[in-house]
Ligand binder design. Structure first.
Ligand SMILES: Cc1ncc(COP(=O)(O)O)c(C=O)c1O
Length: 344
């Protein structure tokens, strides 16, 4: 079975697991005068994340969801407005900070332009509504892993400065974006005030996401994380594989991006299924709105043929490429989709 449901399926390899055994551990919830916990491995990971993103400090969170929601709750007060696009994971799939039981944030929606990036003109008109935060997702998951370029990020920064609105970047797959754009991660992060990235997706660590920002922002965020039950005690056992991932698995992400492009090239002749216009990183979206099979039925048929994929949004299915998926898998997956296209 070729499993392309998500890059969260990556498994820690033996060397990564071994890194846990020699990791110095301590109680991350016990804070010293500098506000840092006693787990040296978590501290090392957070310092690495800060360095890589070019921020002053970082905070290890259990998940991308926790990192994003801690960021929203740190930047905003209950009831504040947040400028986001409707398809962002932190709104569409997470929602915590927008929930009545939590911070009751109010979304102000923007649309993505034809290149699937935020449109500065529209953002400017929304800034007038007095929002407390602007959120950008890079890569953008539900549009098929599309990147917001450094140039567009710079325009967004200029606007945000003019209206004094901080920018949070959900960079769950930020390293895939940097690999596609051919820029260091830092270059994309310089335009955002806070950045969340996941080590548990393409980077192939088992658990964890890093929220990065100024020292003052991270100090406050640490308080919010504690409120949500996210202090990690001997969390070095998850920080060690995360360090291993940042040291060993960043450069190979371009392979995942290439695999998506190769798969797309093998699907060039699709008739009834629409492949997304531009493939940039490790996600491929297939739109089935004109197909005879529903996304659910399509995924069932794909499973019978040996390919596991997932329905996503109302009319689409998604293929995600990650460590362990071979070129042979990529070609086979494309062949299965092409065969099913005939049934559509
Ligand atoms: C863009 C984006 N942000 C955030 C998350 C949340 O990450 P997690 O599953 O670790 O909570 C995901 C998960 O798929 C995602 O795709």
């Amino acid at each position: 079975m070729i499993d392309l449901r998500s890059d969260t399926l990556t498994m820690p390899d033996e060397e990564m697991l071994k890194s846990i055994l020699s990791a110095p551990l301590g109680d991350d919830g016990r804070l010293g005068p500098d506000g840092r916990g006693e787990d040296a491995t978590i501290n090392r990971l957070e310092d690495m994340a800060a360095e890589i993103t070019g921020k002053e400090a970082a905070l290890l969170c259990c998940s991308g969801t926790m990192g994003n929601q801690v960021a929203l709750m740190t930047w905003c007060n209950p009831g504040d407005k947040v400028i986001i696009d409707e398809l962002q994971h932190l709104y569409r799939s997470e929602k915590t900070a927008f929930d009545d039981r939590f911070t009751r944030l109010r979304p102000v929606f923007y649309h993505l332009d034809k290149d699937c990036m935020p449109d500065p003109e529209e953002l400017e008109s929304l800034m007038k509504e007095g929002a407390s935060l602007l959120c950008v997702e890079n890569t953008h998951n539900f549009t098929g892993g599309i990147c917001t370029t450094p140039e567009r990020m710079a325009e967004i920064r200029t606007l945000a400065d003019r209206w004094h609105v901080p920018v949070h970047m959900d960079g769950a797959r930020l390293f895939n974006a940097a690999a596609f754009l051919g820029v260091p991660v830092k270059e994309l992060c310089q335009y955002a005030d806070s950045v969340m990235f996941c080590v548990s997706k393409g980077l192939a660590a088992p658990v964890g996401s890093l929220l990065c920002g100024s020292r003052e922002f991270i100090r406050k965020a640490k308080g919010v994380r504690k409120l949500l039950g996210g202090a990690l005690r001997q969390g070095g056992i998850i920080a060690a594989p995360a360090i291993y991932a940042l040291e060993h698995n960043v450069d190979r992400l371009k392979e995942d991006n290439e695999n998506a492009a190769i798969c797309a090239a093998h699907m060039a002749g699709l008739k009834n299924i629409h492949l997304q216009d531009h493939v940039q990183t490790n996600i491929l979206m297939l739109d089935l709105k004109d197909a005879a099979l529903s996304p659910e039925a399509f995924c069932e048929r794909a499973k019978e043929e040996g390919l596991l994929i997932r329905p996503i949004l109302d009319t689409s299915v998604r293929l995600v490429f990650y460590k362990g998926i071979t070129r042979e898998d990529v070609v086979k997956a494309a062949e299965i989709v092409c065969r099913l296209d005939e049934e559509c």
